[in-house]
Design a protein. Structure first.
Length: 94
């Protein structure tokens, strides 16, 4: 019984996800690949009784250094592609 309804449920969830985030992507397409602090990290990073505009300024200042730190590690998608492409390329090498 579950196998009968599984494709419909998957399609419903995909459409729900698409329509939930379509407006956000439509308004700001540059934010699709940008990195952001998660709410828990913002909560831990914020000082006690800190004003919002000062907190925003500190977050904007730290973003450059956080991006440099993250960029020194390999990207997950690049690692997956290289793992997938390496064995077929070895076949053509020998």
């Amino acid at each position: 019984m579950n196998l009968i309804f599984a494709p419909f449920i998957v399609m419903y969830l995909l459409l729900l996800y698409f329509f939930r985030y379509f407006e956000e992507y439509h308004k700001n397409p540059g934010a699709l690949g940008s990195r952001q602090y998660k709410p828990f990290a913002q909560w831990k990073f914020r000082e006690f009784n800190e004003l919002y505009h000062i907190f925003k300024k500190r977050l904007d200042f730290s973003h450059k250094f956080a991006s440099k730190y993250i960029d020194q590690f390999p990207k997950e998608k690049t690692a997956q592609i290289s793992r997938f492409e390496l064995p077929p390329s070895l076949v053509f090498l020998f």
